[in-house]
Ligand binder design. Structure first.
Ligand code: PLP
Length: 388
């Protein structure tokens, strides 16, 4: 296909008429498609986990062992073991939360605002200025947390290997008000890329002006391969330990896109000191999280092999959908030089970049024919894409 930029005005006008006719045809089909929240599993995917609902809880006479009773602030041992295997950390580094990893991330930052964190001179809320680095495009709900807590967001472009590390290093070295960075290191939301070993090591070892700098390592898609092949991710806990920055990373994940979205189990993992700090406050927030659901998840998934096997079933359902979207994008847009899109091998998203100034209109046009997309700019801090 010829580049649109090489078209004469006359041919562009003719093309416009042709495309408007095509649009009218789509409109007449009364489509009702929703791709706005790619992170929402379909019914068929949810059905894969219906077995969870049939698992009965063994009743124990010893109240300390009874899943129906209070106890075990940091979570059941067997659930911590399962998440330790998923996050490649030690079980004693894991804290099980409630149903949402996002809630745990919010809670980590809210604690830092109120009390500071290991290495802080004062509660973050008492600092004159607070900033966070946000690799873009990124997960909108991370950005919403910063906005709510009045943490200024600095966008850092993503490359094929992760955030632009030259820029990250130079920013954090100079500015003590930069307290952290958001990372979705595997099958990143929304670009689908996995951080390279070099990026992980540089994040772990870089010199930061802030003594209490934190990496918010949201590994939401750690087991979400679309194919048999997987990408490997260097172990951030190990890398930080090797660099003498043990307290730098906070890792998170959940079963939201493994079993039931919003009704599963979430977990975090961090250093011993951060762990103790977190539990001390968490023990005031709650007596403990839902052990019945924790037990059911381990009974249902068993171990890492069980998780992988279950995720293969998800992949069988969603891979054809990814392939369909990719083949349509390729058929309609290849060679026109008007759009680029990601071709992920895991995660939940396809990221489509269109020409400067066109994104809002693309989303509105899609909506006018019954296809809902994520709002333009949603994956950028303050919902604004910086000019390219
Ligand atoms: N983190 C990322 C990167 C996500 O994409 C999502 C959901 O789409 C979440 C976290 C939410 O996870 P949870 O349901 O555990 O709160």
């Amino acid at each position: 296909m010829a580049l649109y930029s090489n078209y004469s005005e006359e041919s562009l006008t003719a093309l416009r008429v042709e495309l408007e006719q095509q649009l009218a045809l789509y409109k007449s089909e009364n489509l009702d498609l929703n791709m706005a929240r790619g992170g929402k599993p379909c019914t068929q995917q949810l059905d894969l986990s219906n077995g969870l609902l049939d698992i009965t809880i063994p009743y124990e006479t010893d109240p300390n062992k009874d899943y129906r009773n209070y106890g075990t602030l940091e979570g059941l041992e067997e659930t911590r073991q399962l998440f330790a295997d998923i996050l490649e950390v030690k079980p004693e580094e894991v804290i099980i939360g409630g149903n949402s990893s996002l809630n745990m991330m919010y809670s980590t930052l809210a604690k830092a605002m109120l009390f500071g964190t290991i290495g802080s001179e004062r509660p973050w809320a008492q600092e004159d200025k607070l900033k966070f680095l946000c690799p873009v495009p990124g997960y909108d709900r991370h950005f919403s947390i910063c906005e709510l807590l009045d943490i200024e967001m600095i966008s850092v472009p993503m490359t094929q290997d992760g955030p632009d590390m030259d820029l990250v290093e130079s920013l954090v070295r100079e500015d003590a008000s930069i307290k952290g960075i958001w990372c979705v290191p595997k099958y990143s939301n929304p670009t689908g890329i996995t951080y390279s070993d070099d990026v992980v090591k540089r994040l772990a070892s870089m010199e930061t002006a802030a003594k209490d700098f934190r990496i918010m390592w949201d590994n939401a898609y750690v087991v979400h391969d679309l194919y048999d092949e997987s990408t490997s991710l260097y172990n951030i806990m190990e890398a930080c330990r090797d660099a003498g920055n043990d307290n730098r990373p906070y890792l998170y994940t959940s079963m939201s896109k493994v079993t039931f979205a919003g009704a599963a189990v979430a977990a975090m993992a961090t250093s011993k000191a951060n762990h103790e700090f977190t539990l001390r406050i968490m023990g005031v927030q709650t007596i403990g999280s839902d052990k019945i659901n924790q037990f059911r998840h381990v009974e249902f998934l068993k171990d890492m092999a069980g998780v992988k096997n279950h995720m293969k079933k998800h992949a069988e359902i969603i891979r054809p959908k990814f392939n369909k979207v990719l083949s349509i994008l390729s058929k309609e847009l290849d060679g026109l030089d008007i759009a680029n899109w990601s071709k992920p091998i895991g995660g939940y998203f396809i990221n489509l970049d269109v020409m400067q100034g066109c994104a809002k209109e693309v989303v509105a046009t899609a909506e006018s024919v019954g296809l809902k997309l994520t709002p333009a700019g949603a994956t950028y801090p303050y919902k604004k894409r910086p000019k390219r």
